[in-house]
Design a protein around this ligand. Structure first.
Ligand code: PD2
Ligand code: ZN
Length: 286
């Protein structure tokens, strides 16, 4: 029998791991000290991950936070420069852990961006947001862009992009809402908001019947404004430039501000901004 199979993760070990974290020791230091005292590295990593995750979840529940759920997650733990998205290699330009934000380069080709805009343009209308009081839709003064939704799998291009996204963020295609295209003229913006549905609003249970909560967002830039129009994350003072073909992905594992997933589209100051947004749900969206 190997060492990894014989070493047991006991309650005492879990307690010790929590104490080390509470004392401010980094995961690296704790791992080194476990390995130095004879723990197999894989067992030590498993013990630390499982223990700390469980501990954080327990604390969150004590504070009355909604339970954390699995989220889409690009596989970037080994810091690859490119990810295989099936029919395209996509560049990983930037990553942040809290909030989980990943910026991709070259997710769409210039031709794909142009084709999406051309197909969406005749179908644009003033953007609506889901009205959480009733579960219906309303015009929202915080969102001054024009927009439209494609049906999921509506045509060959949409199917190709949806398959690429599913592979990139490791999330089933069927959990995605239809792709939404938004057009911002100078002066228009999308004020900071959360993409998850507020559990306190009376219309939310109705919305959640169709696929559960939103757990991730991918914003793809189709046309770049000359000035302004970044996607901002005010809690962490991050701004992502709206560069054509690039995209910003972020996830939120509970419907709560502690995810620091507050984000907005800053006002376009010159030129026009076009984006396509893919919102990802917990379960099949139908
Ligand atoms: O256009 C953006 O940058 C933006 C900002 C915030 C888009 C969205 N939210 C969205 O589509 O959810
Ligand atoms: Zn948003």
């Amino acid at each position: 029998m190997s060492t990894a199979q014989t070493q047991q993760i006991t309650p005492e070990l879990r307690q010790w791991i929590v104490e080390q974290a509470q004392a401010g020791h980094s995961a690296e230091v704790v791992l080194k000290s476990m390995v130095a005292s004879g723990w197999n590295e894989d067992v030590a990593i498993e013990a630390m991950e499982g223990t700390l995750k469980g501990h954080l979840e327990q604390q969150a529940a004590q504070q009355g936070l909604p339970a954390a759920v699995p989220v889409p997650d690009p596989k970037i733990d080994e810091a690859p420069l490119y990810l295989d998205a099936g029919d395209r290699q996509v560049c990983v330009l930037q990553a942040m852990y809290q909030p989980r934000v990943v910026v991709f380069g070259g997710l769409l080709s210039d031709e794909e961006c142009a084709a999406l805009i051309e197909m969406a343009a005749p179908r644009l209308a003033r953007s609506l947001t889901v009205e959480t009081k009733s579960g219906g839709e309303e015009i929202n003064a915080d969102r001054t862009s024009n927009g439209m939704f494609f049906e999921r799998g509506e045509n060959e291009l949409i199917r190709r992009i949806e398959a690429r996204i599913a592979r990139l963020v490791n999330w089933p295609q069927e959990n995605g809402e239809g792709l939404q295209v938004l057009h911002y003229r100078p002066g228009t913006e999308y004020k900071p908001h959360y993409d998850y549905f507020d559990p306190k609003e009376p219309g939310t249970p109705t919305i959640l019947k169709r696929g559960g909560q939103r757990v991730g967002t991918l914003i793809m830039y189709l046309a770049e404004p000359e000035k302004g129009g970044a996607t901002s994350f005010p809690d962490v003072h991050l701004e992502v430039a709206p560069k054509r073909g690039n995209a910003v992905f972020f996830s939120y594992d509970r419907a709560h501000p502690s995810t620091r997933s507050l984000h907005g589209g800053t006002p376009v100051l010159a030129g026009e901004k076009w984006i396509a947004t893919k919102w990802l749900r917990e379960r099949k969206f139908e």
